[in-house]
Design a protein around this ligand. Sequence first.
Ligand SMILES: [Ca+2]
Length: 475
Amino acid sequence: MAALLLCTGVSLLPVPSTAAAAFPNTVTLRNYFKVGTDSLTFNRPVSVKPYPNEDSAFIVVQQSGQILTVRWNGTAWRRTDTATVTVLAGTSGIDEQGLLGFTFHPDFLTNHKYYIYYVGGTASARGDIIAERTAGSSLRPATSDAQRTILRISDPYDNHNSGTILFDQEGYLLFGIGDGGTTSGDPQNRAQNTDSLLGKFLRFDVNGADAFPSDTARNYAIPATNPFVNMAGYKPEIWAYGARNPWKWTLNPETGTVWVGDVGQDTWEKVTRVPKGANLGWRFREGPVCFNPTTNCPSDGILFPDLSLRDSIATAIIGGTFFHAVPGTPFAGSYIFGDHGTSRIWAVRVEGDSLIDSTLTRIGTLNKPVSFDRDRQGRVLVTTISPSVGFGISSNVGRVLVLESPDMVPTALTYRPQRSAVGSGSFRMDERRSHPERFRIFGLDGREILGTPAGTFLVIEKANPAHRTLMTALW
Ligand SMILES: [Ca+2]
C-alpha cells in the first residue's frame, strides 16, 4: 500500500556532499516571540507547537492549564485565543503536575482533533489523563471544545509524570509516563512491572473503536503491531518499559524511533533511542550502573543508554529534538537537547538511529530549559522558565527562545502518518513508483536514493529542479 506524504516547504538550497565533523560554536539564543528588546512572557510554558497550517501561529502550553494561541498579526506577536484545561481538584500547579502535553491530530485540519495530557488531584483521586478535544470550525482550541477521556491512570505520587504525547509515523498516539514517583527509587518497582502502565511508553489507536467498553478509563483500540499484544503478563498498550521519568522525548523523523531524555535518580541522566519492545532498565539500572539491586543487577535484555551523563554536568535532562538541517551543512545530523538543572544545551551527531559521535558540543546556556520544539521552518525552539531553583520550578515566568546560527540551516519538514487523507498541496510518493523518471530522491546525507524506501528525503522534480521538498515517506 502506498502512503502519501505531505510536502510542505520548498528548499532552494543545493545538496552538499559532505558533512562537517564537529559542530561550530556559533549558536546564539534570541527571543522568538519578540516584543521590543524582550519577549512575550508566559506562565510556566512547557511546550510550544506550530499550528499545522500556518507558519506564524503556535500553541503555547502553560502548565497551569492554559492553551494559548500566539500569532504574528503582521506587525506584532499576539495571543489571539485561549482554551483552559481544568486540571483536577487538588492539583498543586507546581513542580510536575498540571497541563503537561499537547499534540494536534495528524488530520487536525479535517477532523479538528487535538490531544492534551494533564496530571493532578490528590491521594486516591490523583490521575494522569489523556483527553481528546475537538475544536470548532475556527480551528482554534477553545474552552468550550468537546472533550473525551482517552486514558486515565491512577497515580500513587505527584511526580514523575512525563510530559509528552505524540502521534507516531503509523498514526498511533504514543505516550511516555514515569514510574509513578515518590522521593526515590520506584519503591513499588512499577517500571519493570509489565502489568502496570507506569514507567512505560504506551501506544494507542485513538481512531479505532473502544476496545474496553466496560472500562471508562481506557477508551481506545490496541494497535495490532504493539510489541506485547496477547502476551500474558503484559499490558497490551506497552510500547517499551523500564522508564523512570521520560519528561521529554521526540521521534527521529528519519526513522520514526523514539529518542528520550529519561530523568535519572541521583547520578546519571540518560538519552536513549527506544525501539519497539525495549526495556530501558529502571529500576534495575540507573543508566550504565546497577541501582536496585546495587550489585549483580540484570543486564540481559536491557537497552543501555546511548548517552549517560554524570550529575556533575546534568541533573534533570530535557530530551531534545532533531534539527532538520539542509544535508551537508554543519548541523546536519544533530540531536539537540539540554539539562534543566545545569542549564546547558548540547548537540550530538546522529546518523540514522546511531549516535556516531558521543562528544557533547555545548552550544548554549539557558536558565532553565524546559522543552525543545521546532517551528515549521525547522528552527529549534526552547521554552524556559527562569529563574529556577533545584528540580522544582520556583518562578512562573517563562519565554520561548530560538537557536540561531549561520551554521544552522533548517529545512521545513512535516510528516503525515499513513492514514492521512490527501489534502491540498500533498504529494503522493507512489508517483515515484509509477513515474520513476519524474523524481530524484536524496537522503539527508546527500546521497541519491534509488527505489522507494521509507524515511526522510529531499525530493527533486527533474523537470523543475528548483522544486525541492523535504518529506518523509512511509510505504
Ligand atoms: Ca472504555
